[in-house]
Design a protein around this ligand. Structure first.
Ligand SMILES: [Zn+2]
Length: 104
């Protein structure tokens, strides 16, 4: 029985991680990686506790939360730092106004 239990636990964690990839990827592509990571962790825990019945609603909730958070800010990302000289440049700027390096 112990080997079966181990397989069940591993299966539950793996399934939770797969479900959790959805909010993780949505968060990554919407500039909200922190919320995506929390969603991934919550899905793993939720799936471990109650299976897909819990992890899928958690994943959907986090995806909606990430999208709604993005819309609230109008899709504008926060100021970033120049990868070359470290100067802060406004969001949407293509080139650093101190050293001229291209901002990714
Ligand atoms: Zn620069």
């Amino acid at each position: 029985m112990s080997t079966n239990y181990g397989a069940v636990v591993f299966g539950a964690l793996a399934a939770g991680a797969i479900i959790g990839l959805i909010p993780f990827l949505v968060g990554k592509y919407n500039g909200n990686q922190n919320l995506g990571l929390i969603g991934l962790a919550a899905c793993v825990v939720g799936n471990f506790i109650a299976g897909l019945l819990l992890s899928i609603p958690i994943a959907v909730g986090f995806v909606l939360g990430i999208i709604l958070t993005k819309n609230k800010h109008g899709g504008v990302s926060s100021p970033r730092n120049c990868p070359n000289c470290g100067a802060q440049v406004p969001a949407g700027t293509l080139f650093c106004n101190r050293c001229g390096a291209r901002i990714k």
